[in-house]
Design a protein around this ligand. Sequence first.
Ligand SMILES: Cc1cc2nc3c(=O)[nH]c(=O)nc-3n(C[C@H](O)[C@H](O)[C@H](O)COP(=O)(O)O)c2cc1C
Length: 176
Amino acid sequence: MNVLVINGSLRSKGNSDLLCDEFIRGAEETGHSVEKISLREWDIHPCRACYACFRTGRCVQQDDMAAILQKAEKSDVLVLATPTYFLTMSGQMKVFIDRLLPMWQGLGGKDAYVIVTGHDGKQGLKRNADDLAMILENLGDRVRQIVWGEHVWQKGEVLGTKAMEEAYLAGKSVGC
Ligand SMILES: Cc1cc2nc3c(=O)[nH]c(=O)nc-3n(C[C@H](O)[C@H](O)[C@H](O)COP(=O)(O)O)c2cc1C
């Protein structure tokens, strides 16, 4: 299967990134083909709400989002990973989500996973995870698992926590 991992964290080798990599390790070991997109490395502007995409099927903005939408459309499995910022997803992830508008009816039928991180416990990360899970379900995807990177603040703190194993096993479960 083709797996697309979208990471909305601002930190390279941060906690979300490390969990993505564990997920990818599990999925690749099981024979799947995985691509990771770190949104911080891509030029994605906010949706302008012009609704031109409702007529034409594409966004008027000339940035990197069209390329990501193509990859998302071709993928069988979508993974959305984000740190928790003020109880919900990072700004980068939200901008990305809004720009799904041209294809909001074309990304359904996929298996999906959510990876969230934050200094809070599960209860504090729940709003963030629920928001992403509901967005994926609205697109018509099936959320198979949420990976909880709880109680992590500084870069790399997730190493050695049970979330790393959860992420690896979630990757292993792709296609099962
Ligand atoms: C602007 C900002 C807001 C944050 N808000 C929360 C929050 O509401 N709840 C929480 O648990 N952690 C919060 N955090 C902590 C981050 O979620 C945590 O450091 C996370 O591990 C960062 O992930 P990363 O290493 O992938 O960047 C916040 C961090 C920043 C920078």
